[in-house]
Design a protein around this ligand. Structure first.
Ligand SMILES: [Zn+2]
Length: 369
């Protein structure tokens, strides 16, 4: 149109154009890797056994505690580059590998620096209650109290002074409710403490054991409940009527070599808003690719291509509180757009193992080709 002369035009004829993908659950900031643990798992070691013996999250926590903010940023940046190439234009990133007040704050500082220096738009989540650190092994309640009394107030203060607050980007408070992590009572205490600081809850619930995390999430008005691998039919029905968004993480099941996946089809049928996410992390899902997650969800969770795309765009945006601005191609929304190397968007989930994202546009600017 004459009143809006274009400085740059892109020819997308014969190409499918879709909204930029939103990854609403990642642990993308970390140091080191867990490739040796991966090999142990291939030989039969169990995830919860590794967690109980000080491996798993605790081993990444050791690496993160030793890393400077600059190192965390340097190790994470290539992961964000890869996510962007694969079509993710916005991602949530959690803390939870520091597990001390200082190193949780260092993770938040790394997320802020990455957001300001990388085209991928980030949303921070505090996950001090990710694992019981080794020094609190015999006193998990003591660690929950540290999260509540010391970490959460400082994280909330950090947020208030951050550019995220100034720009209206929300800040969430998450907890891993699971055996050998946080009990339902501890999860409630941590999430209620976050609410007292104005932080809306998220929860890791029902990954291995159904402890009641979904009910808690709904009761506390959590924006999302994530994993949901062993969620009961009753709780699936509850999610069908709740505002809380259901976020299955099929790359985790895949990486753990499991043939069991969250009942995403059942969640959709129940009326739940379903979002997909990578859960990008060094232990259970070293996966930067939303299209791969979508491909898994179609094959193993019986989502249709349109449902997988919806779950990775508008629903995913709502799962991080940004559905009003992101997640769909609409007048007035931010121009986060992908041009695919295919005429039909269904190729994005039909093909897998490569990258069909030809052009990435973030905030109206071409940021990746
Ligand atoms: Zn997670």
């Amino acid at each position: 149109m004459a009143q809006y002369p274009a400085r740059q035009t892109l020819n997308a004829s014969g190409r499918a154009v879709v909204p930029g993908l939103v990854d609403p659950h990642t642990h993308a900031v970390y140091a080191g890797d867990r490739v040796a643990e991966f090999e142990l798992k291939l030989q039969g070691a169990n995830y919860l056994d590794i967690l109980a013996s000080g491996g798993g999250i605790a081993s990444t926590a050791r690496a993160v505690r030793e890393a400077s903010v600059a190192q965390l940023v340097a190790e994470t940046r290539p992961r964000l580059d890869e996510m962007l190439r694969l079509g993710t234009t916005t991602a949530e990133i959690k803390t939870g590998y520091g597990l001390t007040t200082a190193s949780e704050l260092a993770m938040l500082a790394a997320i802020a620096e990455l957001d300001q220096t990388h085209p991928l738009e980030l949303v921070p989540t505090f996950l001090g209650a990710h694992a019981i650190p080794p020094e609190y092994k015999t006193d998990p309640d003591g660690y929950a109290q540290l999260v509540i009394k010391e970490m959460l107030p400082q994280a909330a203060e950090w947020y208030t002074n951050s550019h995220f607050a100034q720009q209206g980007i929300p800040f969430f408070n998450d907890v891993f409710c699971e055996q050998n992590a946080f009990t339902l009572a501890q999860a409630r205490a941590v999430l209620e403490a976050g609410l007292a600081h104005g932080l809306r809850p998220k929860i890791h619930a029902d990954e291995f054991n159904a402890l009641g995390g979904v009910r808690l999430a709904i009761e506390l008005g959590a924006i999302s409940a994530d994993h949901l691998d062993v969620t009961t039919a009753e709780e699936i029905a509850l999610l069908g009527t709740a505002e809380t968004i259901a976020v299955p993480l099929p790359a985790v099941n895949f990486h753990l070599g499991s043939h069991h996946f969250a009942n995403a089809r059942g969640l959709v049928e129940a009326g739940a808003a379903v979002a997909l996410a990578t859960d990008l992390n060094p232990g259970s899902a070293p996966c930067p690719s939303m299209p791969f997650v979508m491909a898994l969800a179609c094959r193993y969770q019986k989502l249709l291509p349109a449902e997988a795309l919806n779950a990775s765009t508008i629903n995913a945006a709502h799962a991080i509180g940004l559905g009003h601005r992101l997640g769909s191609l609409e007048v007035g929304k931010q121009a986060d757009v992908l041009i695919l190397a295919a005429a039909d968007y269904r190729h994005l989930v039909y093909q897998f193992g490569g990258n069909l994202v030809q052009t990435v546009i973030k905030r109206g600017q071409v940021v990746g080709k």
